[in-house]
Design a protein around this ligand. Structure first.
Ligand SMILES: Cc1cc2nc3c(=O)[nH]c(=O)nc-3n(C[C@H](O)[C@H](O)[C@H](O)COP(=O)(O)OP(=O)(O)OC[C@H]3O[C@@H](n4cnc5c(N)ncnc54)[C@H](O)[C@@H]3O)c2cc1C
Length: 388
């Protein structure tokens, strides 16, 4: 098979499919692998799959395992609710809750792919042409390489080229009007009062922030989400402009959150884009082409499950292909039917979370009272963390 895209989703699919006997050509457009400095959270539903993929030990070496998640009001600093993670998540869901640097996650998957064998990784290989026949797919890259395979997996992210083969009359991704400012820094560079080993979410009017430990707890990953638009290429903004911009957009933040955004000078800026929740299985696969991860269901990061759903997709794809190795279109239809509703539900819940996090006025007061009364019962997501 050919997989287009060597992000977390593409690597996870290469590993799960190689483990059930597929020979994989993985095509990645970048000349070198290099995940940008940022972190991700992985729920127990995802960690369970990673353990089954044989990367549990590698995860233990580089990730952090926060004991709990706490939610605070960003303007009063009051603690509104606590969700126990650590041992509680392990007992309840069969796997821990993990926070990890994206670069670490990507490297451990790449190492596992290389150690397993059966996957040829082709860098500098941007897919530019795709033709599907009843026997398979023919893929051309910008370097004039041609690959022919019985199936093609599009794991090529938000701006997927493969997606056009599956979804007819597709619209462009949506600009959400939200901006993410991200930073990752050694905890030793912060005053002792700001160092932390828990996941903290701060909820403010029209903004929120989340921070958590990565690199075995030695670094802190910080994400601040504000409303706004940018003109020009946001990656060309310099760090000091970003820091100034963020502080003014989060001027209502108080306490440790305010101290943290003043302690960090290097922020990268992401305008957030998504798509409407998937409406049918037809958006996941067509004939001998399947979509996986952000190529199929890009989402807002407010449930912290975008990479998680890509990893769940990868596991489901391998299961379907192992069950029906000689009936690929049927296997991909089964994959699409297995995945689309759960992915749509996660996309919708992520949108809803963003609305709840940014509430103002009386609605915000109501939210805070509900969190104080119900705490973990509102914050826990059993249908998600129990797995597909
Ligand atoms: C602020 C923020 C916070 C987030 N936090 C979390 C979190 O806590 N937990 C979580 O699970 N998720 C989180 N996510 C979401 C997560 O980052 C994505 O859902 C995930 O990275 C998607 O992985 P992917 O492999 O599908 O796509 P990508 O990571 O986009 O990878 C696609 C790959 O395909 C390559 N490619 C693209 N086009 C081509 C082509 N034509 N030919 C060959 N290669 C190509 C790209 O170079 C890239 O390597 C967050 C996202 C944001 C923005």
């Amino acid at each position: 098979m050919v997989i287009s895209g060597g992000g977390i989703g593409g690597l996870a699919a290469a590993l799960t499919c190689a483990r059930v006997g597929w020979k994989v050509d993985l095509l990645e457009q970048s000349p070198v692998f290099g995940e940008v400095g940022a972190g991700i959270q992985l729920g127990p539903n995802v960690v369970k799959i990673l353990q089954a993929m044989g990367v549990g030990d590698a995860l233990r070496r580089v990730a952090a395992f926060p004991s709990h998640l706490e939610v605070r009001n960003a303007t009063t600093t009051e603690r509104l609710g606590v969700l126990p993670l650590g041992k509680t998540a392990e007992q309840r869901y069969g796997a821990p809750y993990v926070t990890i640097a994206r670069a670490d996650m990507h490297s451990l998957l790449l190492e596992a792919v290389r150690a397993h064998g059966g996957v040829d990784v082709h860098l500098d290989s941007r897919v530019i042409g795709i033709t599907q026949s009843e026997h398979g797919a023919r893929v051309e890259t910008v370097q004039d390489q041609v690959f022919e395979a019985p199936l093609l997996v599009g794991a090529d992210g938000l701006w997927s080229t493969v997606r056009k083969q599956v979804v007819e009359n597709d619209a462009a991704p949506r600009v959400t009007g939200h901006l993410a400012f991200r930073a990752m820094l050694p905890q030793s560079a912060l005053p002792a009062s700001l160092r932390t080993q828990v996941v903290t979410a701060w909820l403010g009017p029209d903004f929120h922030a989340v921070h958590y430990p990565v690199h075995s707890g030695e670094w802190l990953n910080v994400v601040c989400i504000v409303h706004g638009k940018v003109s020009g290429d946001p990656q060309s903004w310099d760090h000091s402009a970003n820091a100034h911009e963020l502080r003014s957009r989060m001027s209502q933040a108080r306490g440790a959150l305010r101290d943290l955004i003043y302690a960090v000078d290097q922020w990268r800026l992401w305008p957030l884009t998504d798509r409407a929740p998937m409406a049918s299985a037809a958006e996941h696969a067509k004939g001998r082409i399947a979509l996986l991860g952000d190529a199929a269901h890009p989402m807002r990061p407010y449930l912290a499950q975008g990479a998680g759903m890509a990893i769940e997709d990868a596991a489901a794809l391998a299961t379907c292909l192992a069950e029906m190795p000689d009936q690929i279109p049927q296997a991909l239809t089964r994959y699409a039917n297995m995945r689309w509703q759960r992915n749509a539900r996660v996309q919708a819940r992520a949108i809803r979370n963003g609305e709840i996090y940014h509430l103002k006025g009386l609605q915000q007061v109501g939210r805070d009272i509900a969190l104080k009364l119900l705490g973990a019962r509102l914050m826990d997501v059993p249908w998600l963390y129990n797995g597909p």
